[in-house]
Design a protein around this ligand. Sequence first.
Ligand SMILES: NC(=O)c1ccc[n+]([C@@H]2O[C@H](COP(=O)([O-])OP(=O)(O)OC[C@H]3O[C@@H](n4cnc5c(N)ncnc54)[C@H](O)[C@@H]3O)[C@@H](O)[C@H]2O)c1
Length: 294
Amino acid sequence: MISIKNVLILGAGTLGSRIGLQAAISGYQVTVYDIHESALQQSQKVMEKVLRYAVKMGMVNEEAKPEILARIQFTTDPNRAVADADIISESVTEEVSIKEKVWKQFGELAPAKTIFTTNTSYLLPSQFAHISGRPEKFCAFHFHDVFTARVVDIMPHPTTSEELIPILQDFGKKLNQVPVLVKKESPGYIFNFMLMALIGAAGKLKTHDIGSIEDIDKSWMVNFNMPMGPFGILDNIGLETAWHVTKDRPDSASKAFAALLKTYVDQGKLGEKSGEGFYKHPNPAYKNSDFLLS
Ligand SMILES: NC(=O)c1ccc[n+]([C@@H]2O[C@H](COP(=O)([O-])OP(=O)(O)OC[C@H]3O[C@@H](n4cnc5c(N)ncnc54)[C@H](O)[C@@H]3O)[C@@H](O)[C@H]2O)c1
């Protein structure tokens, strides 16, 4: 099994910063690459903030902070970034054309030893693995939030070498994640696929007027002792995102739910980020102690 020491993060945005920071916390040497210098500067700030959170939550010792940050380098130079990379974790913008461009570039530049992984949320690795020139070394390795939601999906495409799977399982555990193997390519991996089913069912119950938003959420919250139900989750995800994912589905239940979501989006009710969605935020009704009894 190859020994991973040097981790290259492609894309210094929300997820690249979090994965890079966790890799440094886990003791790896980390290089973060982005085409924008401003993204690298922002990434540094995000990492410092998340690191403070990790210390507060008892995940990291305060004294370890300087050595963790010292393990992270930032660069806009692709040659320097990839020179000694054992593994690449790609978190560039979720657009096929951008992923293709980046994987062509780094497929040509990377040393023979480098393992290629993508953190894509809804694309499939087979859409761009071949462009790297080394599809057998290419696998989806998909994080959720890294610090609070700690599942990492390992999803090979049809020609990924089987040897990569135990390496990524081991690496995922060292990154303080719970690795799960998605045996066949599937958009949304495992968790997001199940979440879509829950949300779709909740939407159908509402659009068929079988239950109110509050009663649908209460049913889920009480029986599973959850802090929010499917409509609370939708407010968290964002109603515009949910509408994008739902609107092109062919079945009539999804179409009806997309139409409902659109009425909210058209009013600017996008969920938590706009202050209102199915609930009013930042203090949604489902957080009130009497919500379940109301
Ligand atoms: N945000 C999430 O909650 C989340 C969760 C899991 C997975 N993901 C996935 O992670 C990936 C990144 O998402 P994000 O939310 O961090 O995006 P983001 O927009 O925050 O960051 C993307 C970064 O990619 C950089 N970039 C664009 N083109 C580039 C190029 N040619 N070379 C190098 N860098 C380039 C941008 O400058 C930007 O800094 C996506 O595939 C997304 O689906 C996101």
